[in-house]
Design a protein around this ligand. Structure first.
Ligand code: TRP
Length: 453
């Protein structure tokens, strides 16, 4: 392939910058909001074990493949897959990975923005002092009152979408590299403070027992599917987000070290968040299976017993919003890059048009907790359905196509050069996981989760 230097993409200034950006995409509501609540709903330990196995055996090799394909194609995911597909197998049909990804990312952002809006609302509540002293009852009322007010949720969802399109319209690299550099370390620091708190004040042992007692009987086929889906969701895999970022990665950076660092960060943050939240849950006799409201009803209780309650709450929710923000950028960027590079629209037009559509779609999730709360089908409300469809079905399906392409279609002489996993053995392991374990794992869990097995 001729080096396509006329690409409008820039390059990351360093490997650290790339790691920060991909971690910024990976670490988000998935780690702090979703992981604890789905772990609670699915019974704890066994779910966590399946999730960890999915991360290592399926997520990690696919993460490497996505970075590799992005770097090889050096374009938006649709164009990248078109170019690589044509070169490797004479067909442009593989671009379906990118097209599906734009669709999936947009669907995810539509409800992701609603939850990020809740977090923004909690920033305001902390400033107003409403989080200064809450107990389990008032925490529940606060959350219930918030989501049942449609105008309220509508407002915060709209504001979050505006924040997202604002930064994307300005252009990726200048927009995010700088802020992530400061926000990520701060978020990690605050989580560690909360961890210390939960060990001192909460039921940390009960939390550890809940998270790591591997009782497989507690897990249903549905639980396997949710664990697999979350491995994709939390690493931002299966829709081309990492592929889009990989397009900016210079050739001389180690792909496997980079992927390893990202997986480590992302998983550690989720587990720490889990320990913190379940310590509070068990210390206050809260219900671990309560669902999407879990962190909003537990963390304020934890903050209440800390000094400077409102300040800690304020900081935490600000950082959560920031984490959601750097993730949401990666959900819309592939679609925006596609509109720019393949249709010739300006970055501004592309961002506002796609962002507007996603905002509109998000209204179904805004109303899922009030006006449309009783309108349920398949998995539940619109919100539940968007989540299930994207995280548990579309992302793993996209991942399946990606790993099949990377493992079977891409010529091994190319992948061997890219996958620098410590010599021949490392490469063989990646190839084995990509060709057999990841596809088989996804297919088996799909069949099991959908009740076919
Ligand atoms: N990984 C993010 C989180 O855990 C969400 C996210 C951002 C995402 N970009 C993505 C999920 C792309 C799937 C695909 O919150």
């Amino acid at each position: 392939m001729s080096e396509q230097n006329q690409s409008i993409h820039g390059q990351w200034s360093s490997r650290l910058a790339f790691i920060l950006a991909v971690s910024g995409s990976a670490v988000g509501l998935g780690n702090i909001w979703k992981f604890p609540y789905i772990t609670g709903v699915n019974g704890g330990g066994a779910f966590v074990l399946v999730y960890l196995v999915c991360i290592l055996a399926i997520g990690l090799p696919i993460l490497m493949s996505e970075i590799m394909l992005g770097r090889l194609g050096h374009k938006n995911p649709i164009a990248t897959m078109k170019i690589l597909g044509k070169r490797e197998s004479g067909t442009t049909k593989w671009s379906v990975i990118g097209i599906l990804g734009v669709f999936t990312g947009s669907l995810i952002l539509s409800y992701y923005s609603v939850v990020a809006g809740w977090a923004m609302n909690y920033v305001l509540l902390s400033v107003q002092g409403s989080l200064a002293s809450v107990d389990s009852d008032s925490a529940g009322q606060l959350f219930g009152g918030m989501v049942s007010n449609p105008i309220n949720v509508f407002f915060w969802h709209s504001l979050f979408m505006l924040l997202t399109v604002f930064i994307v319209a300005k252009g990726l690299i200048s927009g995010i590299e700088k802020s992530i550099r400061i926000l990520m370390p701060l978020l990690i620091f605050l989580l560690l403070v909360l961890l210390v708190f939960s060990v001192i004040n909460g039921e940390a042992l009960a939390a550890l027992r809940f998270l790591f007692s591997f009782n497989l009987d507690a897990l249903t086929g549905d639980g396997f599917l949710v664990a697999l889906g979350h491995a994709f969701f939390t690493l931002s895999l299966g829709m081309g987000a990492v592929m889009a970022y990989g397009a900016y990665l210079p050739k001389n950076f180690s792909l496997s070290k980079t992927a390893g660092a990202i997986v480590f960060f992302d998983t550690a943050i989720a587990l720490v968040a889990g320990i913190v939240i379940f310590s509070v849950v068990f210390a206050n006799d809260l219900d671990p299976t309560q669902g999407p409201g879990l962190i909003f009803q537990t963390l304020p209780i934890a903050f209440s017993s800390l000094p400077l309650t409102s300040v800690v709450a304020f900081l935490f929710f600000i950082l959560l919003v920031a984490a959601a923000w750097t993730s949401s950028i990666s959900l819309i960027e592939p679609g925006v890059a596609w509109l720019i590079e393949d249709f010739g629209f300006s970055r501004k037009t592309s961002t506002y048009a796609l962002g507007g559509l996603i905002w509109l779609l998000g209204l179904l999730s805004v109303f899922s907790f009030n006006h449309l709360a009783d309108f349920t089908f398949w998995q539940g409300t619109w919100f539940d359905n968007f989540d299930f469809l994207t995280a548990n079905l579309l992302l793993p399906f996209g991942g399946l196509l990606i790993t099949v392409f990377a493992g079977y279609i891409l010529s091994p002489s190319i992948s061997e050069e890219e996958i620098d996993l410590g010599g021949k053995l490392g490469y063989r392991i990646w190839l084995f996981l990509s060709r057999y374990i990841a596809p088989a794992g996804i297919i088996i869990i799909f069949l099991d989760g959908l009740g076919v097995l």
